[in-house]
Design a protein around this ligand. Structure first.
Ligand code: KG4
Ligand code: ZN
Length: 337
């Protein structure tokens, strides 16, 4: 048994979790700051950092209590070291460093994006690298190869906006407010993408770009003017969602073998593992279309909704497997290194 206590404070969720052996969640308490930021239409970094600091002590007690463990039972502490909002990261890193000293436990800093991939390991305890990952969050849209635990090779990423950021901005244009992604997802369910088609971004290679699509939505709304009623907005939400989802899956498709190739190879070769994770992996259309695109070509794992968005269990799991960095260096520019 190796118990890891994880702390996640990179953006607008405060979370503390205890994970056994990198795979079994004993507790994963999450406080969402949605109500705090709603009136501002987006995350206010200063308020977010302060709220993390105020909530962490209680969430820490709750996580230990729910898991039924004492601080002395913990083997490893893990905090998100980046990428994220720097003030928010500092709170988690500071609390983690304090606990490490008080409890005399080792502390490791985890890359948030690795964390999202490890959410898949919590979903399927038998899942092992090598795998192909599509990490789609508020700040990243990365296609990565993970040859072994703790090693990631970025094959493609966005040239401008991330998928989640694009959803959030589109939601704001459609008057849906914050948090935009889930609201746009709900509205899209009542719309028809074919009635207001938007272009599907398509760059060569494995890169993504969503800023042109965002501009297309802006112009369409401007052209519609007062004619943009509830149904038109729902149709536009559906069209925007379709373009983002198909653009993401087009690149994933390029990395997968065809069904014919899989059938020819069938003789005992390990099936390719594909993980789609991060907040945008909660999107209804992405979940449905990803299953269709990957079927018969690879094995797809998408974490359940509560493990797609930010949580500390994924940070604890990543620390157990790949956290070799014993420092808590906070660098907001951190990508995958
Ligand atoms: O991974 P995450 O919780 O935080 C970051 O690491 O950024 O991802 C948050 C992003 C936000 O942009 C949010 O709008 C988006 O994920 N998101 C969604 C959905 N749920 C969350 N986007 C589309 N559809 C959803 N259902
Ligand atoms: Zn995240």
């Amino acid at each position: 048994m190796a118990l890891t206590l994880g702390i996640e404070t990179s953006c607008d969720e405060t979370s503390v979790a205890i994970v056994d052996g990198g795979r079994r969640i004993l507790s994963n308490v999450i406080h969402s700051q949605v109500d705090l930021h709603k009136q501002f239409g987006g995350v206010v970094p200063e308020l977010a950092a302060r709220d993390h600091l105020e909530r962490l002590p209680h969430l820490l007690d709750l996580a230990l209590e729910k898991a039924g463990v004492q601080p002395s039972d913990i083997d490893l502490l893990a905090v998100t070291r980046g990428p994220g909002l720097v003030g928010c990261l500092l709170v988690g890193a500071g609390v983690g460093a304090g606990l490490a000293t008080a409890w005399a436990k080792p502390l490791t800093g985890v890359n948030h994006l690795w964390g999202h991939i490890y959410a898949a390991m919590l979903t399927r305890p038998d899942l092992e690298p090598p795998l192909l990952g599509l990490v789609v969050s508020g700040a990243h849209s990365d296609l990565v190869r993970m040859p072994e635990h703790g090693r990631f090779e970025v094959m493609g990423r966005t040239r401008d906006d991330a998928a989640g950021e694009a959803f959030d901005k589109a939601a704001r244009m459609l008057g849906l407010g914050y948090p935009g992604g889930p609201a746009l997802d709900r509205l899209a369910r009542t719309g028809d993408a074919r009635r207001q088609p938007l272009p599907k971004p398509s760059l060569p290679g494995l890169e993504f770009s969503f800023s042109g699509l965002k501009t297309a939505l802006l112009y369409r709304l401007r052209d519609l003017g007062a004619e943009a009623g509830e149904q038109e907005k729902a149709d536009l939400a559906a069209a925007f969602e379709w373009s983002v989802v198909e653009s993401l899956l087009e690149k994933l498709d390029k990395c997968l073998p065809t069904r014919g190739e899989v059938a020819r190879r069938a003789g005992g070769e390990k099936q390719l593992e594909v993980v789609i994770c991060g907040g945008v992996a909660a999107n209804t259309l992405l979940r449905r279309r990803a299953a269709e695109v990957v079927a018969g070509r690879a094995r797809l794992t998408m974490p359940p909704l509560e493990l797609c968005t930010d949580n500390a269990a994924m940070i604890a799991a990543a620390a157990f497997y790949g956290g070799t960095n014993q420092s808590t260096a906070v660098d907001p520019s951190l990508g995958w290194d």
